[in-house]
Design a protein around this ligand. Structure first.
Ligand SMILES: CC(=O)SCCNC(=O)CCNC(=O)[C@H](O)C(C)(C)COP(=O)(O)OP(=O)(O)OC[C@H]1O[C@@H](n2cnc3c(N)ncnc32)[C@H](O)[C@@H]1OP(=O)(O)O
Ligand SMILES: CC(C)C(=O)C(=O)O
Ligand SMILES: [Mg+2]
Length: 519
């Protein structure tokens, strides 16, 4: 890279992002997100951890084959087995990368049980092995921030000598502060022989809410690759959010004279898709992509914005892909308007898909006076998550609520056969979930039940997310409806369908060809 102002964007939504408990994505969802990232101009996509599972291997391979512009990278521990498996998956890409890492801090050396010198030898050996397979090798010092500084210099020097082309300095536990983040990069650039021949990367976690600040501080000291995820998805409190660093660089070019290759107008669509497929809602006040990021309710702000929008807006909504259209959607709208509106929101539909969504749209419009953009997004989420060929399908529901107690009666198709149950519960949702468990007994444990009102008003749609766990598998189901109880049961049943598909995929003698339903 000759342009010293260029900052490479390395997106790890599909690897570190997916490590968020419950954020597991299906093969097709990963492929779709990867293609959107590729199209948006992400320089490097970390597509997964190929040794982790057959599914991860297949997803990384498929992304490698389909990628057009981005470098496709896979993660591997510091051993030959992981590195070989990673190479087998990424080698299909036009521009493959092997990423290998090891924890270098005293705490992590204790985990792998390696002394300082043994670890140096392991790094030299494994990076050399990776480099013999692939020209583009990234090496990460996991928990670099808590690694003794002199030792950090030694391990980085070893990785560079062994052939690493990118050196990543992760703040694995979100512990650092901006000044320290910058100082470490500056120290490495100054002290390590060969440091000027490689790209330094920063990979920050958000445990103290400073991932974006720490990443930008590292760039100010010379790092030229930022590792990040859409919506800041990731382990614990998440990773640096792609949309935050990219927009900060764009908005504050006066203080940060750097450039990225990102087409920022694609950010909003990606944020919505990642939220939908991961089941992690974006908090309303999230920087850049939150629902309130460009909303003004208080009079003085509204007055200011009406007179000069720059009084209270530092970036243009259109720059991140928020397109205002003057099409009001309601029960009298037709397919053409629906298609246009959905395209504005980032959904390109084939005719048969449009017809299906149109039927659901009309049903919603009959129940709801005004249809807002968020209603349409919820409708699309629901359509993608719950399809008519699911193994379990809700066909009929009645709930009686009152001060005397709650009782639900539910009919469901189980593999095409209708079954019913009537149960009481501690509240209406509990009563309905008891019906589902009676009809379809399961060991799955409820890990999360979350309701969001999509828009305002008593006729607002609710989106419900239900996260279940069974034998270590964690899945999320989501659904939307103006009836919160119906949305709840659809989300619960959606999650059960996903669990069933996951169980089939991981069963040792599963014959996948016999699975005739899809999610
Ligand atoms: C900071 C990060 O994000 S690191 C990435 C974290 N992501 C993941 O772990 C998700 C994918 N992981 C997995 O699917 C599994 O952990 C696997 C397949 C990689 C390994 O599974 P298992 O063989 O059952 O090992 P397990 O997960 O119990 O323990 C991890 C092992 O890797 C070792 N290890 C951890 N990091 C490294 C490393 N960088 N290099 C070499 N070995 C390592 C540990 O010491 C431990 O070894 P041990 O089994 O000899 O004690
Ligand atoms: C594997 C490494 C890069 C990581 O995710 C971390 O240290 O946080
Ligand atoms: Mg990480």
């Amino acid at each position: 890279m000759t342009d010293t102002s260029r900052v490479l964007i390395f997106d790890t939504t599909l690897r570190d992002g997916e490590q968020s408990p419950g954020a597991t994505m299906t093969h097709d969802e990963k492929l779709e997100i990867a293609m959107l990232l590729d199209d948006m101009g992400v320089d490097i996509i970390e597509a997964g951890f190929p040794i982790a599972s057959e599914g991860d291997f297949e997803a990384v391979s498929a992304i490698a084959k389909a990628s057009k512009n981005s470098v496709i990278c896979g993660l591997s521990r510091a051993n030959y087995k992981d590195i070989d498996r990673c190479w087998e998956a990424v080698k299909h890409a036009a521009r493959p990368r092997i990423h290998t890492f090891i924890g270098t801090s005293p705490l992590h050396r204790g985990i792998t049980n390696l002394g300082q010198d043994e670890m140096i030898a392991r790094i030299a050996d494994t990076v050399t092995h990776a480099r013999n397979l692939c020209e583009d090798v990234q090496w990460s010092a996991m928990d670099a921030i808590r690694t003794e500084r002199d030792y950090l210099c030694r391990v980085v020097e070893t990785a560079i000598k062994a052939g690493a082309t990118t050196i990543n300095i992760p703040d694995t536990v979100g512990y650092t502060l901006p000044q320290e983040s910058a100082d470490i990069i500056a120290m490495l650039l100054e002290k390590v022989p060969g440091a000027d021949q490689v790209i330094f990367a920063t990979h920050c976690h958000n445990d103290l809410g400073m991932a974006t600040a720490n990443a930008l501080a590292a760039v100010s000291a010379g790092a030229r690759q930022i590792e990040c995820t859409i919506n800041g998805l990731g382990e614990r409190a998440g990773n640096t959010a792609l949309e935050e660093v990219v927009m900060a660089i764009k908005v504050r070019r006066d203080l940060m004279p750097y450039t990225t290759r990102i087409d920022t107008t694609k950010i909003m669509n990606l944020s919505r898709r990642v939220s939908q497929v991961s089941g992690f809602p974006v908090q309303f006040n999230k920087a850049v992509v939150g629902k309130n990021a460009f909303l003004h309710e208080s009079g003085i702000h509204q007055d200011g914005v009406l007179k000069n929008v720059e009084t209270f807006e530092i970036m243009k909504p259109a720059d991140i892909g928020i397109t205002e259209t003057n099409i009001a959607m309601g029960k009298h709208s037709g397919r053409a308007a629906l298609r246009t509106k959905l395209a504005d929101l980032g959904y390109e539909l084939a005719d048969n898909q449009l017809n299906d969504v149109f039927v659901r749209f009309k049903a919603l419009a009959d129940r709801k006076k005004e249809i807002y953009d968020d209603d349409l997004i919820a409708l699309m989420t629901d359509s993608a998550a719950n399809t008519s060929d699911d193994y379990l399908q809700v066909t009929w529901l009645r709930v009686v609520c009152g001060s005397d107690g709650q009782e639900a009666e539910l009919k469901m198709l189980v593999d095409g056969v209708e079954k019913s149950a009537k149960c009481a519960g501690d509240g209406p949702v509990d009563a309905v979930f008891n019906c589902v468990k009676t009809i379809y007994p399961t060991q799955a444990r409820l890990k999360l039940y979350q309701v969001h009102a999509v828009t305002e008003g008593t006729d607002a749609q609710a989106t419900v997310s239900v996260r279940l766990e069974e034998e270590g598998r964690i899945v999320t189901g989501s659904a939307a409806d103006t009836d919160t109880i119906l949305a709840s049961v659809k989300a619960y049943v959606g999650a059960l369908n996903r669990l069933r598909v996951r169980a089939q995929k991981t069963a040792p003698d599963a014959d996948m060809k016999s699975v005739s339903y899809k999610l």
